[in-house]
Design a protein around this ligand. Structure first.
Ligand code: C5P
Length: 223
């Protein structure tokens, strides 16, 4: 893929987990290192795209040459995405928490005795950022890509997710125990489009990112 293949294209990447506070010291979250998303942002920028990386809390340094927007919760992530829209393309790699505690305590919830049982935590659904971005409308990016981490029936579940969320492509990966994908440096993915499924070889997350960026550039070249 030649340099500048995505020049002039604005691309959103969401990455990392979201943290949903219970109180000032505790939160609910999904496991996510942010590695795959940051690698996607870097690969798109390498092809000349104007990349906005909206990220939940991670230990990573933002890649050079991208506009970095830090957020914490799913609601904040959605607000940051909306504030930076519109985009020509979007790649949602974030592991957004599906639910958040209904109430966020203003002070640390105290343990008063050794046998204390905490009050049940009521959860309410978070916005689905990928589904909102994919919704038809004048601001919809021309190409919307989601990721799907699955632990079984990977293609079946990920294909259903592509339809349900209304995105164009899904990059599906098997994160079941023993694959080492979660938090690891390698990934093994299946690209699911309206045209079919393509299994890519086991490779470093950077290579998955470069291959995806290059596929996106090809798509825009034909679009
Ligand atoms: O968590 P789930 O398997 O539904 O995630 C699939 C895709 O949807 C991922 O691309 C993820 O970034 C996105 N997603 C989102 N907002 C949510 C849940 C998931 O953008 N609340």
């Amino acid at each position: 893929q030649q340099d500048g293949a995505l020049a002039g294209k604005s691309v959103l990447v969401t990455a990392g987990p979201t943290h949903e506070p219970l109180d000032p010291v505790r939160y609910l979250a999904n496991r996510s290192s942010g590695k795959q998303g940051y690698a996607v942002a870097a690969a798109l920028a390498d092809l000349g795209a104007k990349v906005t990386l909206v990220s939940g809390p991670t230990m990573l340094r933002p890649p050079a040459g991208v506009t970095f927007v830090a957020c914490e919760t799913a609601c904040q992530m959605l607000a940051c995405v909306k504030a930076a829209a519109p985009f020509d393309a979007a790649v949602c790699t974030a592991a957004v928490a599906d639910w958040r505690p209904e109430v966020q305590a203003g002070q640390k919830i105290k343990k008063t005795g050794r046998d204390d049982v905490p009050a049940p935590i009521r959860l309410v659904p978070n916005p689905d950022i990928l589904a909102e971005i994919s919704a038809q409308g004048p601001q919809r990016p021309a190409l919307v890509v989601g990721f799907a981490a699955e632990t079984e029936k990977v293609v079946e579940h990920a294909s259903a997710k592509r339809q349900r969320k209304g995105c164009d492509w899904i990059v599906a990966n098997d994160v079941s125990a023993g694959t080492g994908v979660m938090g690891g440096d390698n990934n093994q993915v299946i690209l699911i489009t309206a045209q079919g499924n393509e299994r890519w070889p086991h490779m470093p997350k950077e290579d998955v990112a470069q291959r995806l960026a290059s596929r996106m550039a090809d798509w825009f070249a034909e679009f």
